[in-house]
Design a protein around this ligand. Structure first.
Ligand code: ARG
Ligand code: ZN
Length: 880
């Protein structure tokens, strides 16, 4: 059957389950090719289920061995079984016990969903619908059950046996070389939170005492020999546990918390109850192999998964349309955690950069969908930047609008009211309505409308009246399938900045509700007048990026320069620099396309100069301010008829002007970069970021010995951050020592798979003419492995999404390479393939020649008969 014919799942079709499963006893006999799974479930009808309602259990690729009800094997005529479904035609009216036996083959599971093996270790991934690949079940998140899991395996091969909850029993299976462990999880949970791990792993133990005095055993399990790489993850875990107690009053609720790192994993990590399973990239770190960014990511992902214990596990989603209920809220929580651990402004800038570079294009293209989608074909395609990152922005806006106290009270109410439930966005918002007394009806549009609102802002100062008028307009650009839109409620943080850089306090305000520094913009058009404004101010709007909208504010170059120097909001200082740079980059790009001479403006260079010498800014913030908008960001700003080569030339011309004009200052910064023992803390990491940013500009200056300096930094680096920054410069700028450095990096790190991912990625993202050939060649490298998702991401995904000029080459070779790879990977791992396929999403914005090439690559994929449901869904929507 061609997958495109499968009907869409719709939110409006949600129905309460006809049966519930109270308890589950899983007995799993592990074997690489023939794992036997015996599932004993206590089932009962839900209220109102009529007599004779068949019980339909989900399956995926299953083979049934036997089925019994209350101890009696079922007659063949009493049920129907296919790999996708087990139907019990007329189950008993009274509660009953169902026993189902299946056989599965973990070693043949290349999708990495359900039970599979990663380097010999058995592990599982059940979100979203992987549990049905283990046993027939009501695999939907509103079925909450208490699980007991018995695992049995060869004692020698699998000394470690883990499942959710607390360990209840272990022992030898008499007369065999097998052993077993029984785990019991007292907290009712949906099947997607089930997990097991079995293998020969090393354990890194620790303990944590909760606020109420319970001692919790913490363990991180890794491959033998990697024990020394777990210190940062463990430290991050303990800080997360403490932070959640202190910030939200939330404590851990089992006597053990286990984390397992595996090298083959489709996503980042998974919050299975009491047994988090991680992509090892988000666990393992030492200065030799991990960058500062890796350390920050590990801290964030460890926190994210831990925080799910309350936002996701204790309170889960009624159905998959509510995914943002747990993901948006949990991303918000991990962002707050990282802000408290590091610099709030720098973290905010990094998060907004991510939002703009990943979520905005998604929202502006064919794959746009609301934070809470209303329909899907394949739920795995909705683990998106919109659900996660925009979902977090919506929670952040709630806090901004209600203020910290009412926000906290609403969350407290949510935990009190819905603990142990599978619930909805409506129920979540109701808690905040009840805690604040506010109506959130209009606010809920943020969950239902796709597309990034565009806000236009114009101002006028009237010296005679001493009044300052702000005219606001909002509009959501067209989104496929979205006919009408309504005005959102947009919280705008603002300041009226006087010529000294001080925020004015206006006398009174007409035309909008303003509380503190937050203005609520909730109509299509709104005119706001501030009275008693003695001097003409500059309006600093959307401070701290208070709403996920695109702001079109007409500020003169002088006003932007002023905000870049004087705004008391560090985020908007950064934003002003970005806006200045963006305006110039767009102007330069069109000049290049029109074959006109290009000359970057000097204004931005002056700003860079004053930022570099501003003693009040920390190094990390300076590094952010000096980072120009990315090529994809510029493409997005231009919006149509995009020529990636012109964009790149424009960006390079600005970079080179800055490098030449500031070379003296840059060199000083490079030379002052931190020496001595490495620490991943925010402060030295910020200094390294600034030094490497300086190096990036200095490398295109006229100074003599530039390439020797970069090569020397590569050689003498005592940590991965500096080594990789230098390597990237050498390779991307095609400097004389590039090949030599690549070889040296290879020799140094060839036994470390995660470090080698960086080696693949550096080459895949090089903006050089032969990049596509290099990528094709590297696919034959002995260390490249197409069945390892991290390798595919390092080589192909980073080429497709991080190398815009070479992916979109005018000869079509970049698109062709990626399209062929999608087709090859799709047979093995649909999730990884469909993710790679999303890199085509902005194809319609390209200039005609390139967009025609992209279209034919997409049509080629689309014409494949055996496409997975995942890839079929993405290709259909991308082409629609
Ligand atoms: N819940 C996980 C997280 O965000 C993501 C798991 C998604 N997995 C998938 N196959 N769709 O932490
Ligand atoms: Zn999550």
């Amino acid at each position: 059957m061609r997958s495109e014919t499968a009907p869409a799942i719709r939110l409006e079709d949600y129905q309460l389950p006809r049966y519930r499963i109270e308890t589950v006893f899983l007995d799993i006999n592990l074997d690489p090719t023939e794992t036997r799974v015996c599932t004993r479930m206590s089932l009962a009808r839900t209220a109102g289920t009529p007599d004779g309602t068949p019980l339909e259990l989900d399956g995926d690729d299953l083979s049934l061995t036997s089925v019994q009800i209350d101890g009696v094997p079922l007659e063949c005529s009493a049920y129907e079984a296919s790999p996708e479904k087990l139907t019990i035609k007329a189950p008993p009216a009274a509660p009953f016990e169902l026993i189902v036996e299946t056989v599965i083959n973990p070693s043949a599971n290349t999708q990495l969903m359900g039970l599979y093996q990663s380097s010999g270790t058995y592990c599982t991934q059940c979100e979203a619908e992987g549990f049905r690949r283990i046993t027939y079940f009501l695999d939907r998140p509103d079925i909450l059950s208490v699980y007991t899991t018995r695992l049995e395996a060869l004692a020698n091969n699998c000394p470690v046996l883990l499942a959710n909850g607390n360990l209840a029993e272990t022992g030898r299976v008499e007369g065999t070389d097998r052993h077993f462990a029984v785990w019991h999880d007292p907290h009712p949970k949906p099947a997607y939170l089930f997990a097991l791990v079995a293998g020969d792993l090393a354990k890194v133990p620790d303990r944590f005492t909760t606020r109420s005095g319970t001692s919790v055993e913490l363990n991180i399990y890794v491959e033998h020999g990697k024990e020394g790489l777990c210190g940062w993850a463990m430290d991050s875990l303990k800080r997360s546990m403490r932070w959640d107690e202190e910030t939200f009053g939330l404590e851990y609720d089992l006597s053990v918390f286990n984390i397992v790192a595996v090298s083959d994993f489709n996503m980042g990590a998974m919050e299975n109850k009491g047994l988090n399973i991680f992509n090892d990239k988000y666990v393992l770190a030492d200065p030799e192999t991990a960058t500062d960014q890796d350390y920050a990511n590990i801290e964030a992902v460890i926190a994210h998964e831990y925080f799910h214990n309350w936002t996701g596990n204790r309170i889960t989603c009624r159905d998959w349309f509510q995914l943002c209920l747990k993901e948006g809220l949990t991303v918000f929580r991990d962002q707050e955690f990282s802000s408290d651990m590091r610099s709030r402004a720098v973290k905010r800038i990094a998060d907004v950069r991510l939002l703009k570079s990943h979520q905005f294009p998604e929202d502006a293209g064919p794959l746009a969908h609301p934070v809470r989608p209303r329909t899907y074909h394949e739920i795995n395609n909705f683990y998106t930047a919109t659900v996660y990152e925009k979902g977090a922005e919506v929670v952040r806006m709630l806090k901004t609008m209600l203020g910290p106290e009412a926000f906290r009270a609403g969350l407290d109410l949510y935990f009190e009211r819905h603990d142990g439930e599978a619930t909805t966005i409506e129920a979540f918002l109701k808690c905040f309505e009840d805690s604040s007394g506010r109506d959130l009806g209009q606010f809920s549009l943020w969950y239902d409308q796709a597309g990034t609102p565009v806000v236009a802002a114009e101002t006028e100062y009237d010296p005679a009246r001493q009044s300052f008028t702000l005219s606001l307009t909002q509009e959501i650009p067209p989104v496929p399938g979205q006919k009408t839109t309504r005005a959102n409620v947009i919280p705008l943080r603002f300041g009226l900045v006087d010529p000294n850089g001080t925020d004015l306090t206006p006398g009174s305000v007409d035309g909008a509700t303003v509380s503190g520094d937050v203005l609520l913009f909730d109509q299509q058009h709104q005119t706001v007048t501030f009275k008693n404004v003695p001097v003409p101010p500059v309006l600093s709007l959307q401070r701290a990026f208070s709403a996920p909208v695109r702001l079109n504010q007409k500020l003169s170059e002088d006003e932007l320069l002023f905000l870049a120097r004087k705004d008391s909001d560090p985020f908007n200082r950064w934003q002003a620099v970005q806006t200045l740079a963006m305006q110039d980059l767009v102007r330069l790009t069109s000049a290049i396309r029109a074959h006109q001479p290009v000359s970057p403006s000097e204004g931005i260079i002056d700003v860079f100069r004053s930022i570099l010498s501003d003693g009040s800014l920390d190094a990390a913030l300076k590094a952010q301010a000096l980072t120009l908008p990315g090529e994809a960001d510029i493409a997005q700003e231009i919006g149509k008829d995009v020529d990636p080569d012109a964009i790149r030339s424009a960006r390079e011309s600005l970079r080179s002007l800055a490098g030449k004009a500031l070379s003296g200052q840059l060199l000083q910064i490079i030379e002052a970069s931190p020496a001595g023992a490495y620490s991943p803390d925010a402060e030295p990491a910020g200094q390294r970021a600034l030094a490497n940013r300086a190096l990036h500009y200095f490398a295109v200056s006229d100074a003599s010995g530039v390439s020797a300096l970069v090569a020397d930094r590569f050689k003498t680096a005592n940590n991965m951050t500096d080594r990789l920054a230098a390597l990237t410069l050498l390779v991307h700028s095609n400097l004389p020592r590039a090949a030599e450095a690549l070889a040296a990096f290879h020799d140094r790190h060839q036994s470390n798979s995660l470090a080698m991912d960086k080696w693949f990625m550096t080459q895949a993202t090089a903006p050089l003419k032969d990049a596509a050939q290099v990528v094709a060649r590297l696919m034959d490298h002995p260390l490249y492995d197409p069945s390892n998702p991290n390798k595919v991401r390092a080589l192909l995904q980073s080429f497709a999404s991080g190398n815009p000029t070479q992916f979109a080459r005018v000869d079509g070779s970049g698109f062709k390479l990626v399209a062929e790879s999608v087709l090859a990977i799709d047979k093995r791992n649909p999730q990884v393939a469909s993710r790679l396929l999303t890199s085509f999403r902005s194809w319609r914005a390209l200039e005609p020649q390139r967009s025609a090439l992209a279209e034919s690559a997409l049509l080629r994929i689309s014409s494949c008969e055996e496409l997975s449901r995942d890839s079929r869904d993405i290709v259909d929507r991308t082409l629609q």
